[in-house]
Design a binder for this molecule. Sequence first.
Ligand code: BT5
Length: 254
Amino acid sequence: RAGLDTRIIGRELVFFDETDSTNLRARELGDNGHPEGTVVIADRQTAGKGRLGRYWASPPAVNLYTSILLRPPILPYDGPQLTFLSAVAVARAVEEIGGLRPLVKWPNDVLLGGRKVAGLLNEMNAETEGVRYIVLGIGVNLNMRPEQFPDDLRYPATSLAIETGREVSRLAFARALYRHLDSLYGEYLTSGFPPVIRAWEEMCDLIGRDVEVDCQSRLIRGRVEGLDTDGGLLVRAEGTLEKILAGDVRPLER
Ligand code: BT5
């Protein structure tokens, strides 16, 4: 287990100097019966994937690109819960290794100083009775330099090295990430989603604040109350509690 201090995460470790996308490799391993906890890491990705067909810039030797295969005994409906679990794990690793206070942004980003430092892409293979596997795809900008960022970023982006002013050990970061994932996932298997909700809400600065949500050609203004059990964002708008399942959330004022 490569000296990992974990019970589940890292049961098998598969390393690539180069691959198209670690998520694709992990899904293949999932299809071929590899155990829960199998971890794929690549030094670089030639076709790193974001959500909705977007890309993830994946230059060599500077960042972490990893995908983790899990087989949780849950219904497909609960699959999105794992996205929040991985966001909390990444944020804790950023805190531990960078000594910085990251924030989580609904639904799937981790931010430092308002800039995106990590992206998550979770993919599920399920049938109605249950989940076959879920792949947690995690990209963290560790030592990426400003000139290595593409020009067409959706949000301002940063790396741990840019924020701390020093080089970060990729190995130390990966170890910390897998350890935090392992303990959160262990707790999830015994206690379910509530502890993840609480941890995520503590790292989300939008709770209790007024926001504007662009949501399927509807503009909702209201106050964020928290996370629902299906991962939806709960926003109180003129007395009604709205659940946001997709959309862009912006704070209205400080
Ligand atoms: C994400 O998508 O944030 C999910 C990224 C997941 C990447 C990991 S790496 C390991 C695993 N294997 C994969 O193939 N993927 C996962 P989304 O929210 O759609 O953000 C994508 C958008 O962020 C792009 O359209 C760019 O504008 C911007 N972007 C691209 N590369 C970036 C980077 N390295 N850092 C910050 N922003 C980036």
